[in-house]
Design a protein around this ligand. Structure first.
Ligand code: 5GP
Ligand code: ZN
Length: 113
């Protein structure tokens, strides 16, 4: 846990968030600036700064399967959804605690901006 990390603070319940699901390893909450009708961030409880710093395949893989399960419970699995890791500056990463964006509920353009 990093003392001053926004997502660590959400995990510690120091900052409120609309938490939709959690287990022993992951927590998922709605993005405060949603870019789609469903926009959820799936986050490991462990502080990992970005995909570039990740070394634990299971930790990364759990995020993807957690998002897939959430897509089913949110009712967007059949219509489709996108999962995105933004990594470092060119991708626009702003919070340096690994998170997987789950976006859906509308047709998503490709390529992304
Ligand atoms: P990034 O740009 O790093 O891939 O994504 C960070 C995401 O965190 C952004 O989509 C942003 O809207 C979201 N975010 C930033 N601050 C907060 C917050 O305090 N609460 C929640 N729920 N989401 C946040
Ligand atoms: Zn953190």
């Amino acid at each position: 846990m990093a003392d001053d990390c926004l997502f660590c603070r959400i995990i510690r319940r120091e900052i409120p968030a609309a938490i939709v699901a959690e287990d022993a390893h992951c927590i998922a909450f709605r993005d405060i600036n949603a870019q789609a009708p469903v926009h959820i961030l799936v986050v490991p409880r462990e502080h990992i700064s970005s995909l570039d710093a990740a070394t634990d395949a299971a930790a990364v893989g759990r995020l993807a399967l957690f998002a897939a399960e959430l897509a089913r419970t949110e009712g967007i699995a059949a219509s489709g959804y996108r999962t995105v890791f933004n990594t470092n500056a060119d991708a626009g990463q702003t919070v340096f605690h690994l998170h997987l964006h789950l976006l859906g509920g509308r047709a998503l353009r490709w390529p992304p901006g």
